[in-house]
Design a protein around this ligand. Structure first.
Ligand code: ZN
Length: 192
């Protein structure tokens, strides 16, 4: 029991209380469910890896996006986590490639540039026409976008770099938008 709690506590956002709750759940569940959980974890580790080009989670290296003949290889969208890719793919309006950082800069939490997966990004810049910085409009996401822009400018001063627009969410009333959201919505306005 202690061994399991100790391992569960290593998961992000899981404290001792949650770890104990999970462990008791496993204890009460059927042997089949416990085996399925253990097997899912081991299978994930055995068969999935990070794409050596874009850091996306994949079972083949390079991943399906990086090897696709129909994608625009000169357009790269930088995202924080592999899960962000499915959100962009759902729009069906992006046909470029990705680069997954696996995190954002956060000095408070001790996350510096060396903790992000950037090493394989720099060689890709020479092959790109445009880079989209699609990190979240949070303090960390903005700081990460700023850092990337500064670094990119050092070697690629003419590369087109854009930031995703943020602002008032679709379907919401602008009356309830806060100041920051409204400012961004105005800054990101487009001509009709
Ligand atoms: Zn890839």
């Amino acid at each position: 029991m202690e061994r399991l709690i100790e391992q569960l506590r290593k998961l992000p956002g899981v404290g001792t209380k949650s770890a104990q709750r999970f462990a008791f759940h496993v204890l009460r569940s059927s042997e089949g469910d416990a085996a399925a959980l253990a097997d899912a974890i081991l299978t994930l580790k055995k068969h999935l890896r990070l794409c050596s080009i874009c850091n996306n989670i994949t079972d083949t290296d390079p991943c399906a996006y990086c090897t696709s003949p129909t994608r625009n290889t000169r357009l790269i969208c930088i995202v924080e986590e592999p899960t962000n890719i499915s959100g962009i793919e759902k729009t069906r309006s992006f046909h470029g490639l990705y680069h997954v950082l696996h995190g954002t800069l956060s000095p408070v939490n001790g996350v510096g540039p060396e903790q992000l997966r950037l090493r394989n990004l720099w060689p890709r810049l020479a092959e790109a026409d445009e880079l989209i910085l699609a990190t979240s409009p949070t303090v960390e996401g903005e700081a990460t976008a700023r850092y990337l822009l500064d670094e990119i400018r050092k070697t690629q001063p003419t590369l087109r770099v854009s930031r995703i627009a943020t602002g008032v969410p679709a379907g919401s009333d602008i009356e309830y938008a806060d100041e920051v959201t409204m400012t961004r919505a105005l800054e990101g306005r487009r001509e009709l």
